[in-house]
Design a protein around this ligand. Sequence first.
Ligand code: CP
Length: 358
Amino acid sequence: MKTNNFRGRDWIDAELDYTKEEWETLIDLSLRLKQEFSMGVDHSNILKGKTLFSMFFNQSLRTRSTFAAGIQQLGGNYIELEPGKTYTPARKGYEVPYKTERICDVASMLDRVGDAIAIRMYGKPAHWIYGFANATLKEFAHYANNPILNMECDIHHPCQSLADMITIKEKFGGFKGVNVTMSWAYSGSFEKPRAVPQSFIMAAAKMGCNVTIAHPEGFEMDPRIIEESRKMAAMNGTEIKMTNNFDEGFEGAHVVYPKSWGTGACFNYVDDAGTVVKEADHDLARSLFEANKDWKTTQKQMDLTARGGIYMHCLPADRDQEVTDDVIDGPQSVVMDEAENRLHGQKAVMALLMGGRL
Ligand code: CP
């Protein structure tokens, strides 16, 4: 296991920035830490004395609890900086006197006193401008020497995709020949990011799964992400399949991941100068969601999956909208394994990037 080339790196566009071999190292280390944790092995020397700062611009249960528990299990300190209670970090042009603080100053200051900064930002705090949150994290990375960890932005959620890959490896022993489907599902909330499906398809394609994407018309993902996923698939001799038919996504799949994500109409789009070139169309977004209420996973769809097929979801799930209780609580569901694997995956990321003693 080659671990010496991780130290000090950022974890932002991780599906693009880390090689397949590096993902394998992270997955293997996560599984080792998981096994040792279950046996009561003390990990508190790994990041002893190191400090992780977190900033959540959006709500979170899993990401918050697993980062907090994870760094403490590794012997480090967890300090949550709540935007709004601290001076909210802001990019140039988005500042409010004595309420915000320019990112260059926040990043440089935290660099002096801690060892990594983890950030979640998408949606309203990012003005619903597609890519704004990702650019914000990269601005932090520009000014910080310590690693910046993406806890979900508007393009990527690599902590989730790592936990998803750990889960697939646990269930199937590897990735080659595993048919995975990322499918859209209906939810009563139409203002949603699309980081989870985008990160999942890239990670699954990178690791060598056969990837299918299923969604109604109007829910296409970022074309750049699709292009990158296709390139990763080609490197493994696989390809990305697409369908607009809900049931077709389930047929023969070993892994189904039906979850809601936002339509492109949820977002504002800006050019390189920051000028809005296309505004969000909320009426269109709402009508696209309401026209596809039948994209709900029931046992009827699960019966179409391959023998041993599993149901995945990043959580939180909108029960009775995205999925019925009997499926998410049923024998094919692995959602709590995924949630638990957030802990072990992030411990591996922190241990390697923050210079842990392994
Ligand atoms: N899956 C996930 O990121 O969960 P939280 O929003 O609860 O952090």
